[in-house]
Design a protein around this ligand. Structure first.
Ligand SMILES: C[S@@+](CC[C@H](N)C(=O)[O-])C[C@H]1O[C@@H](n2cnc3c(N)ncnc32)[C@H](O)[C@@H]1O
Length: 392
């Protein structure tokens, strides 16, 4: 991931302003370390850069939570700032032409694009965690009239498949670099024909990170059209039983569940090929939706109204997680933007589908940087609790 190592410098030279195509919005100093975050806007995308201060040298790199999918944007922003501030670069992996335009990719979608979405295809399928994308690309080639929404949390895999879409000249794949568990909530009811979950990470030691859960199943059944199917494929016997138990659990009212063993599919992912070579058994569980679901109206407002920054907040913020019945708030870090503003890093929402965000607050405005949380009921309810807490 893009970064440069630089000689320590006097950070008072970092000032708001426009540096080439990079607009520097603010700098924020960590209250627990010497690190700083730099808020930038580059080609309509806002994100943070992280200045990590070591003893001998400093690292200027991307920030995980706000990083855009187009890595080149981060590279260009780093290049622009480092040349504007005449930083002494010791090491760099941002080999780019700083002015090379970043091509917009029509097949990359963001979670915001799903607000009031209407799909311009006959039918829709979703693949959760497509990895190398072999199955996703194959399905899209075989079904040109169907839109395939591939959701992948791992940014390099998402970027790789976007390249493949271009090479293969496909027009029926959308790639979303996001947590599928959250994105699913933004998909309209009764709109999908199939949902593929192939070889999800079993997370035996951290079950809260699993994709399959009773709430994921509930959402899948809402999103699927009547007779649409959720298809799980796994090499883990333990995960297979866990999923089956979840699928038959009491949250689901009416479905048909089918189990298959060692079924050969037309396409084998690299991951699957490894298990086949080891002669491991592979299990499929298909859950067919048998009912129509109600439309979901996502009319949530994530503004902060009159909650503004006051100095008293600095003493109030507690870094221990606040636990509620079905949600939590964890203020992780506080960064000061001069004396009159702060940037708060936090995680919140449901335990198995947490949001990671930054909140920017000054005396005039408060907002989520660089985008609002996903419109889920849990996030919305937790947003109210966050507002209450930040109101001093
Ligand atoms: C073991 S790999 C399987 C990849 C591919 N389906 C295959 O069969 O080769 C699991 C994939 O799921 C992705 N993943 C894990 N949790 C996810 C989530 N919550 N949302 C979207 N993708 C996720 C991982 O990044 C990884 O690429």
């Amino acid at each position: 991931m893009p970064h440069i190592t630089v000689k320590p410098f006097d950070t008072s030279i970092i000032k708001k302003g426009e540096y080439g195509k990079t607009k520097l919005l603010f700098t924020a100093s960590d209250t627990h370390s010497d690190d700083e975050l730099i808020g930038v806007k580059h080609e309509e995308e806002s994100f943070l850069l992280h200045l990590k201060k070591g003893v001998e040298n400093w690292l200027l790199k991307y920030d995980k939570v706000t990083r855009p999918l187009k890595v080149n944007l981060v590279k260009q922003a780093i290049a622009n700032l480092s040349s504007a501030f005449e930083l002494e670069v010791l090491q760099s992996n941002i080999a780019i032409h700083p002015n090379k335009p970043v091509l917009a990719n029509a097949y990359e979608k963001r979670i915001e694009d799903f607000t009031n979405i209407e799909f311009p295809f006959e039918s829709v399928a979703i693949e959760v965690g497509f990895g190398s994308g072999k199955h996703l690309l194959y399905q899209a080639q075989q079904n040109p009239n169907r839109l395939f929404i591939g959701i992948e949390i791992h940014t390099p895999s998402a970027a790789q498949v976007l390249k493949q879409i271009k090479i293969l000249g496909l027009n029926n794949i959308w790639v979303v670099n996001y947590d599928a568990r959250l994105l699913l909530e933004s998909i309209p009811s009764n709109s999908c024909h199939q949902i593929f979950v192939h070889f999800p990470v079993p997370w035996d030691k951290k079950p809260h990170r699993r994709v399959i859960s009773s709430s994921f199943l509930e959402e899948s059944m809402r999103v699927l059209e009547k007779h649409g199917r959720l298809e799980l494929r796994t090499d883990s016997y333990k995960y297979f039983w866990y999923a089956l138990e979840t699928f038959l659990g009491d949250k689901v009212s009416k479905t048909s569940v089918e189990v298959r063993k060692n079924e050969a599919l037309a396409v084998t992912s690299k991951y699957e090929a490894r298990w086949i070579k080891q002669e491991k058994d592979i299990y499929d569980v298909y859950v067919t939706c048998l009912e129509e679901s109600e439309e979901r109206v996502l009319d949530f407002d994530f503004s902060f109204h009159d909650v503004l920054y006051k100095k008293e907040l600095l003493d109030k913020i507690n870094y221990k997680p606040l636990i509620f019945e079905d949600a939590f708030i964890h203020f992780e870090r506080l960064f000061k933007v001069g004396d009159e503003a702060v940037l708060i890093k936090l995680a919140f929402g449901s335990f198995d589908r947490p949001e990671h965000k930054f909140i920017y607050m000054d005396q005039f405005e408060t907002y989520y940087f660089n985008s609002n949380p996903v419109k889920t009921l849990t996030n919305y309810k937790t947003h109210f609790k966050i507002m209450e807490y930040l109101h001093v």
